[in-house]
Design a binder for this molecule. Structure first.
Ligand code: GAP
Length: 428
């Protein structure tokens, strides 16, 4: 179906997935807060990523580096000089825009023509000061990517865990970019999360690792339930690649806002480790065990944006259909991502014996699946609709027949079919 962004934004707010950041004070552009269901969905995606790329592999190590880093990191990495977007300002209404995202012949806000001058390069890093003295020597930056926290720990990992090449180091965490025009819900935010891997390889075998990580990425996206026909590879031409990359494949996705970048896979060569060696004076060479062969490893970097994964998952799962002549909205989330796996209700909430029996079933299911919700608000129809909208795969209802034959009604979110199931089977 042709899902609109407004449908996703409205459902996300209505059902407690995602709210505008600082909404009560009028919001803060480019920031978003995850509500109870959103945080669970996001964590389910992040945990799946960590299990897939770190825990179930022998060649990956995790780190969790500090967000505030020595400013030399950002000088060595090139971010101080080149992490910029072209900015134009309208001389009439003072609106500021990314020059590469608009038609600069006419201001998109006030409509006046010829009000933009030459673009100037705007650095997207957030600056702050560390310590009590605010001067040039105390300047620090909020990290604009998690990658540098991995590169700066490369030597620590080699010296403490002695990994064989190729090996990867993974990190999940917040990144901050002072985007000129944050837009499209969580798609382009000023504070967001990344899941990144720096995969260190022998320079001669970068292509092999690049290809195999690309295959792993596609398998992960499939596991998120993203339809294959909405995923596209873009071999980024040299003129559009980041300053550090010799090859980049952007994985694009057909979002409700159009086809846009979901994640990137880049061949960063030895750009980062060589820069660290040059600026820090510390040797970043890797010695192949049992030999005298030494070199600075090259790097393949899969870089996933968590917000874009959440947006892709929500927009792929969004469905509208008709049940008993009424429009129904539901999220066909894969079971392993759904924030709530089962909702349990007594048919009537004013019948203590039904409530007690339903509570028993609820406690047992909760022990087994954890993500189980007690839901006795409104009538059964309303409960189903609510659970459909948050993507709960199964609703379990305890009624008077449950006392006769120890069965319950299990209602399937996608088909809306209801089946009688024995409590023993449900809990086994
Ligand atoms: N370390 C490489 C790097 O950061 P990037 O292409 O700038 O590369 C990687 O960012 C991913 O991070 C993007 O593919 C996207 O998923 C996500 N991302 C980047 N900027 C973002 C923003 N302003 N809001 C949300 N996600 C963003």
């Amino acid at each position: 179906m042709n899902t609109q962004l407004e449908d996703i934004v409205s459902l996300a707010k209505r059902r407690g997935f995602i709210f505008q950041g600082s909404e009560v004070y009028g919001g803060l552009a480019g920031t978003w807060d995850y509500g109870p269901l959103g945080v669970t969905l996001k964590r389910n995606i992040m945990n799946l990523w960590w299990r897939t790329f770190v825990e179930s592999r022998d060649d990956m190590y995790g780190v969790d580096a500090a967000i505030l880093m020595n400013p030399k990191v950002w000088q060595a990495s090139g971010h101080v000089d080149t992490f910029t977007d072209p900015l134009v300002e309208c001389s009439e209404c003072k609106g500021r825009f990314r020059a590469d995202k608009i038609d600069t012949s006419k201001c998109p806000t006030c409509g006046k023509a010829g009000t933009f001058g030459e673009p100037r390069q705007f650095n997207m890093m957030f600056k702050t000061n560390v310590g009590s003295v605010e001067d040039e020597n105390s300047v620090a930056y909020l990290r604009p990517e998690t990658a540098q926290g991995i590169f700066t720990n490369y030597k620590n990992i080699v010296d403490t865990l002695y990994p064989d090449l190729p090996f990867g180091v993974a990190q999940v965490g917040k990144a901050f970019r002072n985007e000129i025009s944050p837009r499209d819900f969580i798609f382009r935010s000023r504070e967001f999360e990344q899941m990144e891997i720096e995969y260190f390889v022998h320079p001669a075998s970068w292509q092999e690792s690049f290809d195999s990580l690309l295959t792993d990425i596609h398998a992960f996206l499939e596991n998120l339930g993203l339809p294959k026909d909405k995923i596209h590879e873009l071999d980024v031409p040299e003129s559009d690649r980041a300053h550090y990359s010799k090859r980049t494949i952007d994985i694009e996705f057909d979002f409700p806002i159009g086809r846009e970048e979901l994640l990137g896979l880049a061949y960063r060569t030895d750009f980062d480790l060589s820069n660290i060696q040059r600026v820090s004076g510390k040797n970043m060479e890797y010695t192949v065990k049992g030999t005298n062969e030494k070199f600075i490893p090259h790097v393949i970097e899969p870089s996933f944006g968590v917000e874009r994964m959440v947006m892709a998952v929500l927009s792929s799962a969004y469905r509208e259909d008709e049940v008993n002549g009424e429009k129904r909205i539901y999220l066909a989330l894969p079971e392993h991502l759904a924030p709530v796996k089962y909702a349990v209700s007594p048919l009537l909430k004013n019948k203590p014996e039904l409530v007690a029996k339903a509570r028993e079933v609820y406690e047992c299911l909760k022990k087994k699946h954890r993500a189980v919700m007690w839901d006795d608000n409104g009538n059964i129809g309303k409960r189903y609709r609510r659970q459909d909208e948050i993507g709960t795969p199964y609703c379990v209802v305890i009624d008077f027949d449950s006392f006769e034959d120890d069965t319950v009604t299990v209602r399937n979110r996608d088909t809306t079919q209801q089946t009688r199931t024995s409590i023993t089977d449900l809990l086994s």
